[in-house]
Design a binder for this molecule. Structure first.
Ligand SMILES: O=C(O)CCC(=O)C(=O)O
Length: 291
């Protein structure tokens, strides 16, 4: 049997299979679909506009005349600030137990998100969450609950095992025909992300520096919904302003400082034929809320 902490230490992620029952995920799906039907909510994000290209070959490969499904199903953000179901889930004891095991102490809770990812929706380009949360000292951690079975066809999560040990990389423009966000991080040659195939009810835990993201949902009939919590290490002193108020796992508010935008990020350079990360000073690094 896999030792969760050892697997997480080596790979930067861990999947807890069947942590939530089929009945629970069915209830979550119904709850969030009903909230979506109610109309616009604070923090909704439909994604950046798709930047079309003039290249006829590329254009031919993109169903660019179709309406973007994310217009109807924008991502929800920070629902726990106005929805009790989301708050109860964010601080759920089952998540706390595994987070505490993987992090070595009880975390603080900073964010909730709900991805609907309907058929035809774009994915989210590879990125590192710590770029946005800017936890100091230490890092953040995500708990990603699959509300639908997910595989490569409907755009399951993709992770780069071992990248939790990388510096935070400088971002480059992303392909917005494939991603609803417009920045990504480059991978060295030969490194490719690994798909994480999950059943509804499984939870993927991953480190804030782990490079991760997802490709488009290429199915015509399957959503890929997920409920996500973002946490920060329990000895953190600062986090980005967007994530305040931060909660303890008993739901009470913890008084933390606000971390400023980073001024350095990593770029890949060649060192005797091996790709290594070199830190460079960069002004105007992205400091927006996690997108
Ligand atoms: O669900 C996805 O496709 C991406 C989620 C993600 O990047 C995150 O939870 O940080």
């Amino acid at each position: 049997m896999t030792d969760p902490a050892a697997f997480y230490g080596e790979n930067g992620y861990y999947v807890a299979r069947g942590l939530y029952s089929k009945e629970e995920v069915t209830a979550f799906r119904a709850h969030f679909m009903a909230l979506r039907e109610e109309g616009q909510k604070p923090g909704d994000f439909t994604g950046v506009p798709i930047k079309r290209t003039a290249d006829p070959t590329v254009r031919a490969a993109i169903p660019d005349e179709k309406p973007d499904p994310l217009q109807q199903y924008p991502r929800m953000l920070q629902m726990h600030r106005w929805d009790k179901t989301s708050l109860d889930w964010l601080v759920d004891e089952r998540l706390n137990k595994i987070l505490t095991l993987l992090l070595g102490r009880e975390p603080f809770a900073a964010q909730t998100m709900l991805y609907f990812k309907p058929p035809g929706a774009r994915g989210q380009a590879l990125h590192q969450d710590q770029l946005y949360l800017r936890v100091q000292p230490g890092t953040c951690m995500a708990a990603w609950l699959a509300l639908d079975d997910c595989d490569e066809a409907n755009g399951c999560m993709q992770v780069v095992p071992g990248s939790q040990n990388w510096e935070i990389l400088c971002t480059v423009p992303a392909d917005t025909t494939q991603s609803f966000t417009d920045v990504t991080v480059p991978l060295p040659e030969g490194v490719t992300p690994t798909p994480v195939v999950m059943s509804a009810g499984d939870v993927l835990f991953f480190n804030g520096s782990l490079v991760h993201g997802s490709f488009p949902n290429t199915t015509t009939d399957r959503f890929r919904r997920s409920l996500i919590g973002h946490y920060i290490v329990g000895d953190a002193q600062k986090v980005g302003e967007f994530y305040h108020p931060v909660l303890r796992m008993d739901g009470s508010v913890v008084d933390l400082g606000i971390s400023e935008g980073a001024t350095q990020c990593g770029v890949w350079v060649d060192q005797e034929g091996e790709p290594v990360i070199e830190l460079v000073v960069k002004e105007n690094m992205i400091t927006r809320a996690h997108e």
